[in-house]
Ligand binder design. Structure first.
Ligand code: ADP
Length: 368
């Protein structure tokens, strides 16, 4: 059974007598299986928050369906199996870690015995047992984040919705949060991650969907999205001229890259492994030694940028105004990705957007 399933989900805001209509979601169909880590990406205004709000039962869809654990999203049964870690985590400074969790346990309607048992367990899980009686006001950002994760884990949920789980914390803090999330995945929990930190999503998620203007433009396992065409980086012990003529004879697409003195480096695009080997044979036939062959994997950032730019061009061709604008979205305040993966394309991981799902206590009727 899919843990999350949406089918043709649409949401139009406004449209009353004076309000203008906004199609926030336009026929979104996604499936998330049990035990999966699913990443939802998209530029600002793509509809990510709206999708999460619908799944949490805070916003009603205009059309289509959203199911969580086989129940309509927002039903009491589906809500009881969901944990939610909001992006904004502000707890009163004067409360201790245990008191914060006690408060949330009460809000969730947990009885005294369950509260005390689960509070011990979740504090242990987020490595904060020794801080249980310390006031939140003295906690670092990373500790506050771990407390928010403890809050999300309190009801022992099957599905965890995480909004920017590693936002604003240092590399060690991110490693710690990632470790806690991985342990939850090993226990079979499902993660739905909403993040603009592409490097983090790459490290954590199995599958991603890229939402642009309310539509899923790309969706699938990270490996399949990242490797549309095999590309290789070759370093040859030859001058650029020698290497160029050898590669030109192969007919494969190739592009010069910066190389150390006495070497020549190339990015080679081929259709498959046999084409790569044929190209390498030709290089060797003319007496050039091969120093390095490395598969170049497109980073998630490359895929993301390409997807948005494709969507923009399609809109321009169709004469639609205002394609998704890349120049609008980077958040320069976002932390860098010092411990994220090194994209093989050489680009820095890019923060892409913020989304702010409303906490579960928010009144669903607040939507316009
Ligand atoms: P994201 O989380 O990807 O930034 P949102 O789901 O917040 O996207 O917004 C998608 C679109 O819906 C945007 O154009 C936004 O302005 C609009 N929108 C979101 N919430 C409301 C609302 N309550 N009333 C009217 N328009 C809204």
């Amino acid at each position: 059974m899919n843990v999350i399933q949406t089918l043709g989900l649409s949401k139009t805001y406004g449209g009353g007598t004076f309000g203008s209509r906004v199609d926030a979601l336009r026929g979104v169909s996604i499936d998330v299986g049990a035990g999966e880590a699913f990443g939802l990406l998209g530029p600002n205004g793509a509809g990510k928050t709206t999708l999460v709000k619908i799944l949490l039962g805070l916003v009603h869809p205009s059309d289509g369906s959203a199911m969580l654990l086989g129940e309509p999203a927002g039903s009491p049964t589906s809500r009881s199996h969901v944990g939610y870690m909001p992006e904004r985590r502000e707890y009163p400074d004067f409360l201790t870690a245990a008191q914060v969790l006690e408060l949330f346990g009460r809000l969730l309607g947990m009885d005294k015995g369950a509260r005390s048992r689960r509070i011990d367990i979740v504090l242990e899980e987020v490595e904060m047992s020794s801080w249980r009686n310390h006031r939140v006001g003295g906690f670092s950002k990373g500790m506050q984040q771990r407390l928010a994760l403890a809050q999300a884990l309190l009801p022992d949920p099957q599905v965890l919705f995480l909004d920017e789980p590693t936002e604003g914390i240092d590399p060690l803090g991110r490693v710690s949060i990632r470790g806690i999330l991985r342990r939850n995945l090993e226990k079979g929990k499902t993660l739905f991650v909403n993040s603009h930190m592409l490097g983090e999503v790459e490290l954590l998620c199995d599958r991603v969907a890229i939402l642009v203007k309310g539509q899923v433009r790309r969706e699938g396992p990270l490996s399949s999205l990242q490797a549309p065409n095999p590309e290789y980086r070759l370093v040859l012990a030859a001058s650029d001229e020698e290497a160029r003529s050898a590669l030109a004879a192969s007919g494969d697409e190739h592009e010069a890259l910066p190389a150390p003195p006495g070497r020549s480096a190339w990015r080679l695009s081929v259709n498959d492994r046999s084409e790569l080997n044929a190209a390498l044979d030709r290089v060797r036939q003319v007496g050039i030694e091969i120093e390095e062959v490395q598969r170049v994997r497109a980073s998630l950032e490359d895929v993301f940028v390409q997807t948005i730019s494709d969507a923009s061009s399609e809109d321009s061709e169709a004469g639609l105004p205002g394609g998704a604008r890349l120049d609008q979205e980077p958040d320069t305040d976002a932390p860098n990705m010092a411990d994220g993966p090194t994209p093989t394309s050489g680009a820095e991981p890019t923060p892409v957007s913020h989304s702010k799902p409303t906490p579960a206590q928010t009144n669903p009727e607040a939507e316009s």
